[in-house]
Design a protein. Structure first.
Length: 123
């Protein structure tokens, strides 16, 4: 499970890096999830990451924190489909109206979270 968690965390970091470099590309990527099936894909990714973090936690550098994050991310994944496509579209519209600096800050947070999780997972 550690390998699965590492791969997803590296992908999260890559998406964050793309968002820092090119916020419009990040927004275009995220908008590809604006369908009912897209929300299910996003939910599945979150659930898989949450489960992978939960089971990889004992071998990590911060087992308690990784386990808690795994539970939180997994639960958020289970809730994602209930968020709804319309609400997701409104959120993305608001997000894109805030400007590129706002998107870059969130992308930088995603990059930092992904890299921090990679650091915590690699023994």
């Amino acid at each position: 499970m550690t390998l699965v968690a590492l791969i997803i965390c590296l992908l999260l970091s890559a998406v964050g890096a793309v968002g820092v470099a090119s916020p419009p590309r990040l927004l275009a990527f995220v908008r590809s999830f604006q369908t009912p099936m897209g929300l299910y894909y996003a939910a599945a990714i979150r659930v898989v990451l949450g489960v992978a973090l939960f089971f990889a936690a004992p071998d990590s550098r911060a087992p308690e924190l990784i386990r808690i994050l795994g539970i939180f991310i997994g639960v958020m994944g289970l809730i994602t489909p209930f968020f709804g496509v319309d609400r997701f579209r409104r959120l993305l519209d608001w997000w894109s109206e805030q400007g590129t600096a706002f998107v870059r800050v969130w992308a930088l947070l995603a990059l930092a979270l992904g890299l921090s999780l990679v650091y915590a997972l690699v023994p």
